[in-house]
Design a binder for this molecule. Structure first.
Ligand SMILES: [Zn+2]
Length: 330
């Protein structure tokens, strides 16, 4: 169950979280977007899906007479970039010379839906690339955002650190040192995220762990900020948990493959590995997700030279794949 999230939340002096009001099975309570800055010109990270009129009302309410002059996009998924076109044609929200920044990626940006969602920005000539390490200053030098390339959930995925801002720790009012981190869909406020390339994803998690952030401002779910345990921020603990969770699954996959397969010709099929690990799930939708996750691990192990993939035919003559731990006798 997703926790309730307020549509508008003042995260800190310079940051307001505005919910995209697009709840769903993949978006949890909806997409979090962040208004950053306190002056007449502010920056917005992500835009919601563009279909929720009430979301634009919330932005108006937060901005008053100030305007958005830069929109930063974490990645190409529709619930993050769908609002770009509508924002650019709403002068009560964006300044006339507003720029839209997205890490340009030929794979993601050639998708027809993405082209449509960014067409307004294209035709206005205000679409800009984001490069790894690029900085964005807000309100003079006071606040600095830095883009960090973090593929794995999506090929073009960027997270943004925010320096020069702190969140008062609750409930004792202490602050935790370190940058704040807008995580997009790399890390969510609850549960785990969907991954497309596990090798890249694990590398991206390692990258953000090194930053030792004080708080995580996710694309979905609640902000992870309160408290520090044993000298570590809850944000760091959350990243470590994400890494450990995937490593635990990898160990489980290796454990299954190291057992003698039940099939006479050796090797394990994807669905056999999946059901040996996820023993307690029956919901067909969750089984599909579990199979997807197992395959990600197998592909990562294949790339690492730990398993091999063999072609096979099942009893009905249908083509299938078998997975074998290298060094195992089959
Ligand atoms: Zn996403």
């Amino acid at each position: 169950m997703s926790k309730q999230l307020a549509p508008i939340e003042r995260v800190s002096w310079n940051i307001v979280r505005v919910l995209g009001l697009n709840p769903g099975p993949f978006t949890l309570q909806g997409t979090n977007t962040y208004i950053i800055g306190n002056g007449q010109r502010r920056l917005l990270v992500d835009t919601g899906d563009g279909a929720q009129t009430e979301y634009f009302d919330l932005l108006r309410q937060c901005l008053g007479s100030s305007r958005i002059d830069r929109i930063l996009l974490t990645h190409w998924h529709a619930d993050h970039i769908g609002g770009v076109g509508r924002l650019l044609s709403t002068p009560e929200i964006v300044a006339p010379n507003c720029l839209v920044y997205k890490n340009h990626n030929p794979n993601t940006d050639s998708n027809g839906d993405v082209m449509t969602m960014l067409s307004e920005a294209q035709s206005k000539g205000c679409l800009r690339d984001i490069t790894d390490g690029q900085e964005f200053k807000i309100d003079g030098d006071e606040l600095r955002l830095k883009a960090i390339f973090t593929p794995g959930h999506a090929d073009d995925h960027m997270v943004f650190t925010i320096e020069g801002e702190e969140i008062k720790d609750q409930p004792n009012g202490n602050t935790v040192n370190g940058p704040l981190l807008i995580t997009g869909d790399l890390i969510l406020g609850q549960g785990t995220t969907i991954v497309y390339d596990l090798q890249l994803y694990m590398r991206s998690l390692g990258k953000v762990l090194e930053l030792a952030p004080a708080a995580l401002l996710p694309g979905h779910g609640p902000i992870i900020s309160s408290g520090a345990v044993g000298g570590k921020s809850n944000a760091v603990c959350a990243i470590e948990w994400y890494i450990e969770h995937r490593k635990m699954r990898e160990r489980q996959v290796i454990d299954v493959l190291s057992q003698t397969p039940t099939r006479a010709n050796g090797g394990w099929r994807l669905d056999e590995v999946t059901s040996a690990i996820y023993t307690d799930i029956t919901d067909p939708k969750i089984i599909v997700a579990a199979r997807h996750n197992t395959l990600l691990h197998l592909k990562k192990l294949l790339a690492g030279g730990i398993v091999k993939r063999l072609e096979d035919k099942d009893s009905s003559g249908e083509h299938t794949e078998l997975w074998v731990l290298i060094g195992n006798k089959i």
